[in-house]
Design a binder for this molecule. Structure first.
Ligand code: FUL
Length: 444
């Protein structure tokens, strides 16, 4: 085992024997979820064929007609890009169900696609299993088609909708994505959502599922759709008095979490590789560049957040070659940047709140990766990074939180030692990773 890893593992083993966790800590499912780092979001449905962002629920079922649906191609693309799971819009606000929901007459079963025998969730969940990816679902409570919407009965219809996916034969669901949007239904009324009932239904059928909403309980919206988590970003959140959607916490709170929040609800950064959430031929020239994707990566995964990158399939039912090509370039860039940990063979010594990485001879680097052991709770609130350049210690970064993963963007530094000094911590800090890399690709 490499020295640094060995020391880290040893430090961890000792730490977890004697340390009590600080504050709210992740459940095993939340920890596993956060370690996935990057998942693929697939917005797919009638809007793929109409060019709308929000269908109004009156779209004819026959509009949904992918000419060559190939969920294995989605899964192969996701796998090659390094995503660990796929979340599909099983039902968006237009109410159209991508599976034959028994409580709706606005589904694939009413369309002539595959003579009404098609089931996108079946094909995608099978493809995910085949490629070793986890399968997750977005099921919008807002429904612009369901005639019950806006009346108390709708909450029961929605529960049955959830049951037909989560209690069905699609297998384990790692994440249930609840959109907070709450507009008018076909009768012009808004719905009063029964969130405890919805969450209870999910957890009864899929106890390991991480539930996304503005207030969790599994993970939280990051507060924007541009791909940026807060530079300070706590995994804890205070949810008292808040509800998903319009009753959610202010966006800057969602972006940064709460230092002393009483629940563990880490941030998920959802952002689209294209201008819109759904595929449109006209937006193909605007697929985000590798530079834009790297910025998003650094500001999400590199800031203690999971990245949920939307890559919407096209009207054939394929990931567009423009998107998949870009994803492979993005993967190539990440592999190149993070292939060589320059602190790999270094001696790392800890004294109180200071870690010193002795590189033995000068090395040039511009990325520092830190990880906290979250089973003990997120503790570090401020730290300073110093580098020994020509025998002199120089401050190269001053930052705040670490959490699951923090990637600090440094200027190009040539140094023979690095020091991480924790200036403020809510309890004794424990780092499980200290690594250094050189990124010659991303231009800030
Ligand atoms: C939003 C929705 O209204 C958008 O259409 C999209 O699905 C996005 C991920 O969430 O709230």
């Amino acid at each position: 085992m490499r020295t640094s890893l060995f020391l880290t593992a040893l430090a961890l083993a000792v730490a977890s024997c004697v340390e009590e966790p600080y504050g709210a800590v992740p459940s095993p499912s939340q920890l596993e979820w956060q370690a996935m780092e990057m998942n693929m979001f697939c917005h797919f449905g009638p809007n793929t064929f109409t060019g709308k962002e929000w269908g109004d629920g009156t779209e004819a079922e026959d509009l949904f007609n992918p000419t060559d649906l190939d969920c294995r191609q989605w899964a192969a693309t996701a796998k090659a890009a390094g995503f660990k799971g796929i979340i599909i819009t099983a039902k968006h606000h237009d109410g159209f169900c991508l599976w034959p929901s028994p409580v709706s007459d606005h589904t694939v079963a009413q369309s002539s696609w595959r003579d009404g025998q098609g089931d996108v969730l079946r094909e995608l969940s099978d493809a995910c299993k085949e490629y070793g990816l986890k399968f997750g679902v977005y099921i919008s409570p807002w429904d612009r088609n369901d005639p019950h919407y806006g009346m108390p009965e709708y909450n029961d219809v929605f529960v049955q909708t959830l049951e037909s996916v989560l209690g069905g034969t699609y297998g384990p669901v790692f994440e249930q994505w609840f959109d907070g949007a709450n507009g008018e239904g076909p009768n012009g009324k808004k719905q009063k959502y029964d969130w405890p009932l919805f969450n209870g239904t999910v957890l009864k059928l899929q106890p390991q599922a991480v539930i996304f909403s503005d207030v969790g309980p599994g993970c939280r919206w990051v507060g924007n759709e541009e791909g940026h988590a807060g530079r300070t970003n706590w995994g804890r959140l205070e949810t008292y008095g808040f509800t998903p959607g319009h009753g959610g916490p202010p966006v800057d709170t969602l972006n940064q979490g709460n230092k002393y929040g009483s629940s563990w609800i880490p941030a998920e950064t959802d952002v689209s590789i294209r201008p819109g959430w759904f595929w449109r031929a006209s937006e193909t020239p605007q697929v985000k560049s590798v530079q834009e994707l790297l910025k998003i990566y650094y500001e999400s995964v590199g800031r203690n957040s999971l990245l949920l990158l939307n890559v919407p399939p096209d009207d054939r039912g394929h990931i567009d070659p423009a998107d998949s090509t870009r994803l492979m370039e993005f993967r190539g860039a990440l592999d190149a940047i993070f292939s060589d940990n320059l602190a790999d063979r270094a001696r790392i010594r800890r004294k109180d709140y200071v870690w010193t990485v002795n590189l033995k001879k000068p090395k040039t680097f511009n990325r520092l990766v830190l990880q906290e052991d979250l089973t003990l709770g997120q503790r570090i609130a401020a730290f300073t990074v110093e580098a020994r350049v020509d025998g002199q210690w120089e401050v190269v970064a001053e930052e705040t939180t670490v959490g699951f993963k923090r990637i600090v963007l440094l200027p190009n530094v040539t140094a023979d030692a690095v020091r991480v000094r924790v200036d403020e911590s809510l309890a004794k800090p424990f780092l499980s990773t200290i690594a250094l890399y050189q990124d010659d690709i991303y231009r800030e």
